[in-house]
Design a protein around this ligand. Sequence first.
Ligand code: BES
Ligand code: MN
Ligand code: ZN
Length: 498
Amino acid sequence: MDIHVSGQPALEADADHLLIFATKDDDLLERGALRRLNDALDGGLTPLVEAGELTGAVNQTVVIHTFGKTTAPRVVIAGLGPAEQLGLDEYRNAAATGARKARSLSTGTLAIEVDGEQCDLGMAEIAGAIAEGLDLGLYRFDRHRTPKQTPNDLTRVSLHSDDVAAAEAGIAEGRSLAGAANFARDLANEPSNLLTPTELAGRAEAWAGEHGVEIEIMDEAAAAELGMGSFLGVAKGSHQPAKFLILRHRGGADEPGLGYCGKGITFDTGGISIKPAANMEAMKQDMSGAAAVVASMGAIADLKLPINVTALAPCTENMPGGNAIKPGDLLTAMNGATIEVINTDAEGRLVLADALSYANHLGLSPLIDVATLTGAVAVALGDVATGVMANDDGLAAEVIEAGKRAGEKFWQLPMFDEYDEQIRSQVADVKNTGGRLAGAITAAKFLARFAGDTPWAHLDMAGTDDAAKTRGTQVKGASGVPVRSLVRFAAARAEASA
Ligand code: BES
Ligand code: MN
Ligand code: ZN
C-alpha cells in the first residue's frame, strides 16, 4: 500500500473513500474538516449529530454517501474521543478503525484529511501516528488462507495536509515503527512447523539485510564453546537445531551500547513437564520476545538512531524428546551459575539465563529482556499491560515512558528481597521455579542473577503477546508488542546521550 502526502484539500481528492476524524464534543461540526464536510453536504451531517448517530466517540465509524457533493463517493467518519484526551494513540486507533471500515466496503483508494486544529500536536507527529495506525490496523495474516480472508484492499492512501514536508517525515517514521511491529506479528503468527529456529534465523537474516543491520547466527557448537549449558539444555529435547541470533546496529559512539534479549521458543510443549492439550497451539507464539527484539532492530536502523544496539535471541523448541532434560537435572549457564531444573516448562528463563550472561560478556548496558515468560503475569495484568520487573527503578520508568509514547502499556511489579527465598535450591545455586505464589516475580528474580549488576529490565509479555479481538491498532492474533516501545526506548536513549 502506497501512502503519500498531498497539499490539496481531501474534500477535493479523487478517491474511493474519504476518511475524516471527529472529536467527541457538542460542537463537533463547528471545527476543521467536519465543518468543511458539513458545508459541502449543505448541513447534511447536522441531523446525524442531533439523532446521536454521529458523536465522535472512540471506535465509532459512520459511513456517509455524498451523492456527488464531494469528489469521493463515500466518507468514513472515525471517532477520536474527547478533545481533552486527544493524543497520538487516539489518532492511531481512529486511523486503524476508519481504514478497516473503508476496506470492508470495497477495494480502492482512501484520502485522509489531516488537520491539526483539534489538538496541539505537531503535523509530523499526527501524520506519523495516522500512518502507523493504518499499517497496524490493516495488518492481516492470511498467507495460508485460500482464498484470502478479505478480498478487498486499500491500494493507495493520500494524507491531505497543509505542511507536506512535516507530514512526509512523520509518515516515514510511523511506517518504520508499524512495519517492524508487523514483521514481529508475522513471525509470531507463523505455525511452528513452518517457523523452526532455522527458519526464524533465515527470516531474521533477510530482515537484517533489508534494513542494513549486522547479523550473526550462532549454532549449537558455537554456543557450547561459550558454555551456554542452560540454553542448550532446553534444546536437547528437540530434533530441530537451536540457533542463537545476534543482531547489531552501530549508530553510536565506540561503546557496546544497549542490549535487547528476546525469548525465542518456537514451540513450547512444556518438555517432560508437558503442558495440557487445551490451548497448547498458542505456544507457537512463545518466540514473540525474540521476534520483538529482532524486528525492533529494523526500525532502529531505518531511523538511523545514533546509538549502538545489540539484539540477542536464543531460539529453540521446547520438546519432550528422548534426550530432553528432566526435572531434577542440573545445568550450568555461561556465567558459571548452576541451575536445578524443577520444571522443564520453565524453559524461557533457562534460555534467557545464557542470553543475559552473553550480553554481560559483551559489556552491553542497560539490558532489556522481552519474553512470554509466565502465565502468572497474565493472571496479574491480563492482556492489557506488559509486566516490568527491574533491578533499576529509573530504567523501569524509562521503559514505561517509552511505552506511553508508543501506545503500549506497562506496569511495574516489585522485586523485594524476600522473593529470592522461593528460588533457593538444595543442590544448585538456584532452581528454575519458585512455586505458585508471585510466579511472574520469582521468574524475574531468577533472571536477575544473570543480569548481575548491569542495569536491567525484564518485560513479561505472556499476557500481551496476543490480541483476543480486533480493536483500533490491534488485530486479533499476535500483537507486535513491545516492538514500538523498544524502538522508542532506543530513540530516547540516543537523544539523551546526544
Ligand atoms: N511460555 C510459557 C508462559 C506462557 C503461558 C506464555 C501462557 C503465554 C501464555 C512459559 O514457558 C511457561 O510455561 N511458564 C510456566 C512457568 C512455571 C512452570 C513455573 C507457567 O507460567 O506456568
Ligand atoms: Mn514453558
Ligand atoms: Zn515458554
